[in-house]
Design a protein around this ligand. Structure first.
Ligand code: ZN
Length: 353
């Protein structure tokens, strides 16, 4: 959902964007790459950091783009023209989602280098690449059905989407190096601190460099759209929204001048304002959901119009359903709502006694 308070943020690079296959140098040794995506959200930002490992000069890549011929062509252009003739030394992936993880195997094989990622997201990527976790198939259709999505056409499409993740992430590197919260990584002679974030992916890692006042936020903090926070079928009682809001709080000690490098949208300053905006956004949504459930017991599907106020395609509907359940589960787990499995097999939520 677009950010109505976007004017509170500062975009120091203005409207400058890197063209496909090109880079935009933000600071010496920090280059911005932008790759296309075949969704309503049509791009992802990737980052190149000048590095040196074991005395060898080169680059660390942060995030990969989905596996597609177009993305590979863009990468080849970047390799040919924008690495100053140096190799890629390491690939860091913030989390397992296809736009971040997609080409990790291809990149690490091409450059004979290591993937660095959290253990949870590495292992989930392996499972998802070989199956259907949370992305489609019969279990996803049953989960959405239990939350009131009954349109046979949508359910048929969700059932048929079992290869959604593998189509964009066909393989996963056989080895990796584990990132953990609080770990310091030396990149180009400067320490970058791993900051874990929950609620969007199981163990998302953002990277903060104190010396340079830079935060590679991944998907945890985006300037224009709110980060997707979804309940998925493998963990139906999860409360990712509370986890996400708690993770945002943990960004507040960072310096005000921090330049945030997000995976979608443009680099910005104003992370404290953005955290405040997102907290307000979710507070309002939670209030609306609570009010709707006080009028009559509601299931997740009938809250979509209230929460999203626009027409959604199927890809957006599955994300929106996950978000709707996330708001309901947050209120349910906080004992503000109770839920009841009705005779039609659908959970409906009403005020807790
Ligand atoms: Zn993501």
């Amino acid at each position: 959902m677009a950010n109505p308070r976007e004017h509170e943020l500062d975009y120091p690079l203005g409207d400058a964007l890197p063209l496909p296959g090109e880079v935009l140098e933000i600071q010496p040794g920090l280059r911005w790459v932008r790759m296309g995506l075949p969704f309503a959200l049509d791009h992802i930002n990737l980052w190149l950091l000048r590095d040196e490992i074991d005395g060898r000069g080169g680059w660390t890549i942060v995030d990969c783009g989905i596996s597609s011929d177009a993305t590979r062509v863009c990468w080849e252009q970047v390799f040919a023209h924008h690495l100053d003739g140096l190799p890629v030394l390491r690939v860091i992936v913030t989390h397992f989602h296809p736009d971040h993880m997609g080409l990790a195997a291809w990149l690490t094989e091409r450059w004979q280098c290591r993937l660095w990622i959290s253990a949870t997201d590495y292992n989930l990527a392996r499972v998802a690449s070989a199956s259907t976790v949370g992305m489609g198939g019969e279990t996803a259709a049953a989960f959405f059905g239990s939350h009131g999505l009954t349109d046979p056409d949508s359910l048929a499409k969700i059932r048929g989407r079992a290869s959604y993740y593998p189509s964009m992430v066909p393989s996963i590197p056989a080895r990796y190096r584990r990132l953990m919260d609080g770990m310091l990584i030396d990149i180009g002679g400067q320490p970058w601190r791993c900051m874990v974030g929950y609620g969007h992916a199981p163990e998302h890692i953002s990277l903060f460099c104190e010396e340079r006042q830079l935060l590679i936020s991944g998907d945890m903090l985006l300037p224009r759209i709110s980060t997707n926070v979804s309940v998925v079928d493998v963990e139906p009682e999860a409360d990712p929204l509370t986890l996400y809001l708690d993770s945002l709080e943990r960004l507040l000690p960072l310096p005000r001048e921090t330049l945030v490098l997000p995976s979608h949208g443009k680099p910005f300053r104003g992370l404290h304002a953005r955290v405040d905006q997102l907290q307000e956004h979710h507070r309002e949504r939670l209030d609306e959901v609570r009010a709707a459930c006080a009028e009559k017991p509601c299931h997740a599907a009938e809250l979509l119009d209230l929460l999203f106020k626009r027409k959604l395609d199927l890809h957006q509907t599955t994300f929106a359903m996950g978000e709707s359940v996330a708001h309901l589960n947050a209120l349910w787990r906080a004992r503000k709502l109770k839920r009841h499995l009705d005779a039609d097999g659908v959970y409906r939520f009403s005020p807790a006694d």
